[in-house]
Design a protein around this ligand. Structure first.
Ligand code: NDP
Ligand code: N5H
Length: 245
């Protein structure tokens, strides 16, 4: 869930999963994303089991998407949730100025969406499986301009833990990847992005930034049985930046 174009983290995940032999189902919101996705799938010679429209701001849309998926394939083993949204105006200046509307929008799209997706997906995860979402270090620490999205990611990471407890008894694991900054469509035009990338290059233990394929491979690990005893975890895929004070 969440391929907008070739730069999307979700596309990195799709490539890793495809190489590992997974059967793939894609969801998209905008028609533009559907077109990009179809083009990418054709270029890479990937034949998905299906591609379904899903707007995570609408419960009915999530339900309809997973009902359609369930009706077609019967059982699913994993979900990659790679979706977030906040109003651009909330991603600069003081967090103290966040509007009620902006706060609720970020929480709804970026954190509650995982809860709603987990609820619908679990109905079809009758053999157990794994759900993985994407977070950012701004959930744990104050990162300039991340603001309302930092609070939404904190909520997302807490949801990962509560969902892990609920779904563990059914053999379903729930984890997050906390990725370093990657130039994607969502990141386009946000203030301070370039400065953050150069700080990582100077300060991260590996002295470099990371890419979509590295997040894809880590997400593949969390979706696969290689991580079968890991749940409720936030795995940093950030060249080690999070350990630096
Ligand atoms: P992209 O812009 O490539 O992906 C964002 C996706 O969110 C798009 O596919 C967009 O679909 C989808 N989306 C937004 N709102 C909705 C909605 N209401 N319903 C369905 N889909 C929706 O950016 P990224 O790959 O960077 O973002 C993916 C995830 O990774 C996000 O959770 C982000 O916070 C996280 N992340 C990103 C980092 C980065 O540096 N890029 C770092 C750490 C985490 P559409 O355009 O069709 O609406
Ligand atoms: C500290 C930073 C830089 C400042 C904050 C950036 C936050 C970005 C996250 C959200 C998801 C961006 C967002 O919603 C942008 C939208 O308002 C406008 N863009 C769009 O509508 C595009 C077209 C679509 C595809 O975007 C979405 N979301 O659907 C954080 C960065 C260093 C790291 C980063 C970029 C983190 C992250 O969470 O994405």
């Amino acid at each position: 869930m969440g391929v907008a174009n070739e730069r999307s983290i979700a596309w990195g995940i799709a490539r890793s999963l495809y190489k590992a032999g997974a059967s793939l189902i894609f969801t998209y919101r905008k028609e533009r994303s559907f077109q990009k996705l179809s083009q990418l799938l054709e270029e890479e010679g990937i034949e998905p089991l299906m591609t379904v429209s899903c707007d995570i701001s609408e419960d009915a849309s999530i339900q309809a998407a997973f009902d359609a998926i369930g009706a077609r394939v019967g059982i699913i083993h994993g979900v990659a949730h790679s979706i977030a949204f906040a109003d651009k105006d909330e991603l600069k200046g003081e967090y103290a100025n966040t509007s009620r509307e902006g706060f609720l929008l970020a929480q709804d799209a970026s954190a509650y969406s995982l809860v709603a997706v987990a609820r619908e997906a679990r109905k079809w995860m009758s053999e157990g499986g794994s759900i993985v979402t994407q977070s950012y270090i701004g959930a744990e620490r104050v990162v300039r301009n991340y603001n309302v999205m930092g609070v939404a990611k904190a909520s997302l990471e807490a949801s990962v833990r509560y969902l892990a407890e609920d779904l563990g008894q059914f053999g379903i694991r729930v984890n997050a990847v906390s990725a370093g900054p990657i130039r994607t469509l969502a990141a386009k035009g946000v203030s301070g992005f370039n400065d953050i990338m150069s700080t990582i290059q100077q300060k991260a233990p590996l002295r470099r930034n990371i890419d979509q394929d590295e997040v894809g491979d880590a997400t593949l690990f969390l979706l696969s049985p290689l991580s079968r005893a890991v749940t409720g975890e936030v795995l940093h895929v950030d060249a080690g930046y999070h350990i630096i004070g």
